[in-house]
Design a protein around this ligand. Structure first.
Ligand code: MLT
Length: 410
């Protein structure tokens, strides 16, 4: 018999969103007639834009023809996609990211989870709290998190609370840390950092030799204010940050799967004896060993997001979700609930009314209003007393949800 990785036994038995899905299924079984509106997991509802569907069809036809058929592609992504990403997501912003710094993958969930493969187990990890659970759970799996304590925190992880008290802006860690996960626009709070606020983090990382793992999965939702689209807009960031970007929420790829990660060549890690090692080289080694590339047809679909029609259609979809976000945010605020997010973001973070816990509010919404949210405490101890709603529903369902939410008595 094989020994197991015992770190897995420390984890709560199921992943947050699996837990919620199970509760919703149980409720649905008990109440088959309930018209449940799902504003829980951040999953998109709009179909793929036509320009992307067209590119998919064309690529499928190529795969059906011996002269254009493709087998294994480059693990890092085909040049046509990598170069398009460089041009549109970086050169267009005046940023100098080169094609060999881009690694196309099947998702930011995988990449933010897998990045730990190339990082030592002794690193001290800091996370903003509340946080996307993947960052914490994958560090538990690796053995970097220590033990779960009664206060809901892992003993070896440094928590950076983001609460109403600090306007949801994390303060710099007081203790020495080696790695910080930042996600902006933020999941789950829907808040953003301005350029100046992000600069504080880059400067801190440069000064203290800290690696920033910057999750920009919701970048496409940035439409107003002085909010950076990439961490590399901040001077020096190429020396301290890895950036994760995704087509999932941008272009409806949650079921199609395509993302990319930027690992700048200037970014160094260290051996215990103090020798510098290129993280780009290490990630390339990992990626080529454990991954065989995103399917050709999917990469053609991702490329189509950047054509003139693709860009316009993607933008329309984003605006559709942002309209939903505005509807939810305004309705909840009008009702007197405390709300953040929903601007430059598909997530709305709402304070539970009447002193309810996150799970009490979740249960109330599900059983009384048949609306599914995500309990804030599922994202970390500082999420207690909050609930996250998403703007990824249809406009009709969002309107219906809002009219039901008006029944909440405060
Ligand atoms: C979420 O709801 O936080 C996201 O859908 C999770 C994900 O993108 O993996």
């Amino acid at each position: 018999m094989a020994f197991i990785n015992e770190n897995y036994t420390k984890l709560p038995s199921s992943y947050l969103f699996s837990d919620i899905a199970r509760k919703v299924t149980e409720f649905k079984t008990a109440h088959p007639d309930a018209n449940i509106i799902r504003l829980g997991i951040g999953d998109v509802t709009k179909p793929l834009p036509p320009a992307i569907v067209e590119a998919l069809h064309k690529a499928v036809d190529e795969m059906a023809d011996a002269s254009t058929f493709r087998g294994y592609g480059p693990e890092q992504g085909y040049d046509f996609l990598v170069n398009t990403i460089v041009e549109n997501d970086y050169k267009a912003l005046g940023l100098d990211i080169s094609s060999d710094e881009i690694f196309v993958s099947d998702g930011s969930k995988s990449d933010t989870g897998n990045i730990g493969d190339i990082l030592g187990l002794d690193n001290i990890v800091a996370i903003t709290d509340p946080v996307y659970p993947v960052y914490v759970d994958t560090n538990v799996m690796a053995g970097r998190a220590g033990d779960l304590q009664a206060n809901g925190k892992w003993s070896e992880i440094v928590y950076l609370p983001c609460t109403a008290e600090n306007d949801f802006v994390p303060e710099l860690p007081k203790e020495k840390v080696d790695i910080v996960y930042l996600c902006y626009p933020n999941n789950p709070t829907g808040t953003t950092l301005t350029k100046d606020q992000l600069k504080v983090w880059v400067d801190y990382a440069l000064k203290n030799n800290v690696l920033i793992l910057f999750d920009g999965a919701y970048e496409a939702f940035i439409t107003e204010g002085d909010v950076p689209h990439s961490i590399y807009e901040i001077e020096g960031a190429k020396e301290v940050a890895i950036e994760f970007r995704s087509f999932s929420k941008t272009a409806g790829f949650t079921g199609t799967r395509c993302a990319y990660t930027v690992v700048p060549k200037a970014l160094m890690g260290y051996t215990k004896s103090g020798e510098k090692v290129s993280l780009n080289k290490l990630w390339n080694r990992r990626h080529t060993t454990k991954f065989n590339g995103v399917p050709y047809i999917i990469q053609r679909a991702a490329e189509a997001c950047y054509s003139p029609e693709g860009k316009k259609q993607v933008k329309d979809t984003i605006n559709y979700y942002l309209t939903n976000a505005k509807i939810i945010r305004e309705a909840l605020s009008t009702q007197g609930l405390q709300v953040v997010g929903g601007i430059n973001s598909p997530y709305i973070w709402v304070k539970t009314p009447n002193g309810m816990t996150s799970w009490q509010f979740f249960d109330y919404l599900l059983s009384e209003l048949n609306i599914v949210g995500t309990p804030g405490v599922g994202f970390g101890p500082s999420g207690e007393g909050y609930l996250r709603l998403t703007a990824f529903g249809t406009l009709e369902n969002t309107r219906e949800a809002v009219s039901r939410l008006k029944k909440i008595l405060i």
